[in-house]
Design a protein around this ligand. Structure first.
Ligand code: IYR
Length: 249
């Protein structure tokens, strides 16, 4: 563990920590810069091809693929490593219909009964979303991601979770990436309010729906809005010692 580049004043784990808790050596690899750049560009390109999809094929998707995506998502870092999430998968047509019915009822109030204000509706206009959620029945799977606001032990006692929204948000991102990487498509869908999902899916009181994902093969030839993503300079600044937001380059 001798680093020719830096000698650490505070090595981790400290000896007394390592004596009290288990530690293992992490497998690391050191790639040349040009290979890292290749990989970074390949990854960016792959993720750049992801789009939110609202038209799915009804072609079946093996449950094992959903399970693999959940395992990938569950590698997300989380507050105090609590992994405060539950992914609930539904393929039963009857249950998917019930979810659609209740989601559409909420969304009808949002879109048609002024629960969304005009500014919001204008922001959504280019996406053309409305209260129809047919994809909830067409897509072979719906996965609902629940956040565990606290941990409920089998004896009924509660333990705190930490940074729940941040942790679950990161897991959601990894889930989306995993689904895309295996060639499937999804949509982050948040029929608001989502409380009905806890009831329909019989989830315990400590869980709250965070986001739902219809998942399936994208319908061949489907159309998506012609969106542009922000350029690097719109989303990135490198701050030098002046701290005024000017870029070094
Ligand atoms: N939850 C609604 C509305 C909606 C809101 C935003 I912000 C979007 O980017 C898209 C939709 C719905 O799912 O239709």
């Amino acid at each position: 563990m001798v680093d020719p580049e830096h000698s650490h004043e505070h090595p981790y784990p400290a000896a007394d920590l390592a004596a009290r808790y288990p530690f293992v050596t992490l497998e690391t690899r050191r790639l040349p810069d040009d290979e890292m750049l290749d990989r970074a560009r390949t990854f960016h390109q792959a993720m750049g091809a992801r789009r939110s999809v609202r038209m799915f094929s009804s072609r079946p998707v093996p449950g094992e693929l959903i399970e693999e995506a959940v395992l990938a998502a569950s590698t997300a870092p989380s507050g105090a490593h609590k992994q405060p999430w539950t992914f609930v998968a539904v393929q039963d047509p009857e249950l998917k219909s019930r979810i659609r019915r209740e989601a559409e009822a909420e969304e009808r109030s949002n879109y048609l009964e002024n629960r969304m204000n005009n500014e919001w509706l204008e922001a959504l206009a280019p996406l053309g979303t409305d209260h129809h959620k047919e994809f909830l029945e067409v897509a072979p799977w719906i996965v609902v991601l629940f956040e565990q606001r606290y941990e409920l032990r089998p004896d009924g006692s509660r333990r705190k979770n930490y940074y729940v929204k941040e942790s679950v948000g990161i897991a959601a991102g990894l889930f989306i990436a995993a689904i895309h990487d295996m060639g499937l498509a999804t949509l982050t869908h948040t029929p608001t309010p989502m409380a009905f999902l806890r009831r329909l899916l019989g989830r315990p009181e400590n869980e709250r729906p965070f986001v739902m994902f219809p998942i399936g093969h994208p319908l061949p030839g489907l159309q998506v809005p012609d969106l542009r993503r922000k350029s690097l300079s719109e989303v990135f600044v490198e701050v030098d010692r002046r701290g005024d937001g000017s870029t070094v380059r």
